[in-house]
Design a protein around this ligand. Sequence first.
Ligand code: OXD
Ligand code: MN
Length: 578
Amino acid sequence: MSAVLKTEASTGTSLAALAAWVQEVAALTQPDAVHWCDGSDAENRKLLEMMQADGSLIPLNPGTHPGCWLHRSHPDDVARVEHLTFVCTREATAAGANNHWMAPAEAHAKMDALFAGCMRGRTLYVVPYCMGPIDSPLARCGVEITDSPYVVVNMRIMTRMGTPALRRIEQEGTFVRGLHSLGELDPERRFIMHFPEELTIKSYGSGYGGNALLGKKCHALRLASWQAREEGWLAEHMLILGIENPQGEVHYIAAAFPSACGKTNLAMLVPPQAYREAGWKVWTVGDDICWMRPGPDGKLWAINPEAGYFGVAPGTSARSNPNALTMIQRDTIYTNVALTADKQPWWEGLDDRVPALDWRGRVYDPANGPAAHPNARFTVSARQCPSWSPRSEDAGGVPISAIVFGGRRASTIPLVFEARDWAHGVFVGATMASETTAAATGQVGLVRRDPMAMKPFCGYDFAEYFAHWLSFDTAGAQLPKIFHVNWFRKDAEGNFLWPGFGENLRVLEWIIDRVEGRAEARDAGPGLMPVEGGIRAGEDMSAATIERALQVDAGDWEREFADQTLSWGQARKTAVPA
Ligand code: OXD
Ligand code: MN
């Protein structure tokens, strides 16, 4: 590596604090070479060539997927590890019952022992990055030190990485410090530690996106949520999409769903044919993270801090997300997908071809389980999305008209309801629940409370977090209306009651009509609900389907309400440190 990329131990920056930190880390980790990343095409090409040569990237069919690569993870390193993720604050109560906690001194000692000498024989990459448009006052910067070239090429897609970010960091003088090593990829020697009071992250033993691309979950959610509370803004696990009606008005909606519950699909929604013909359009600003801040007009203004998508491949198809399929046809890094005989990426739900190799590179045999890992991913630049919104680059962000919470719930929760006011909306977000998915290790399909889809990502005590949300309701605030949706409800036979995907625009239209004061609502158990005919039916969507998906059963709802109270009581009793 040192032969192909320039190496500079301490001369890569004019910022003394950064140079000193890099030197200190190099002294601890003992790399063979240090490389300051500039983010250029030439640098990226060299890294890709190097990984092709050592087999960590496999080129895909250049005829069908130009510029695309496959990376296969270690089979024990395929998802986020919530049980190994810690928030290390001076006081345990600051991390809250919702986080695993360790005292900072103990955590540093544990991690530094792991990092000692861990980069021998490897190159240490210094990766300066900016979360958000480079000229945005809402954006924040960080530097990740890593020994994984896979992390470098992914960070280049997911963030504004390289020289412009370094220049901003040098001007500002502050940055989040993220230290990452693959270590031995041993689950017994794997920890993801956050030190919000020091704006520091230490991650060891995993190359998986959410554990290793430190700009994403570690910085843009766990540390940023902490910074946001201190500075009066919100860092949320939300997509951002713009909906343009035939009159050319665009409403921006931020929506929180737990991991692998369809945020990417919703963010890139293709309107049903009748809507398209009438002139409706959808603009994608972000699919995973949203930073929002009150503007001088009292509205919440939002940016997507990311520059790319790290999306779940299985289930992505021409029906569920045609925009994503187009987007990932070129210049995409695939992780843990299967391969067809002619080296095209393949996953369950894509189409009915039979793959040749599974995600581990074995000859495909259904007896070994799914061909693609259920949490297989694609990493791709946001700009490749056909519905990419140029407003993603607006330094001031976009104004948010509505906030939507949602989970994966087979029963009880109706298609949509509106919170009665901001405080009720915060309650609705705080009590939301969803079935667990393959995005994190652990059992799949268990209903768990996942407040605002932030259970794995809130960097401080949830009680404080809810209080922070409530604090936005001040005189003069023009807050978005808050809604809850459930696309995943099933009937007694296990069939989905709602077709989802593009049809979700019918629900978003009702939401916009509520924001504009154009739609009536009736007060029902969960909140305000559409009156009959309130959600537009059509040739392919019967009024009966809509009504079924909207039904609320009083008994179910009472049980849900009781469970919300119980879940919180138990969480606090068992998890608050003595
Ligand atoms: C993600 C996740 O990767 O939430 O976005 O796990
Ligand atoms: Mn996510």
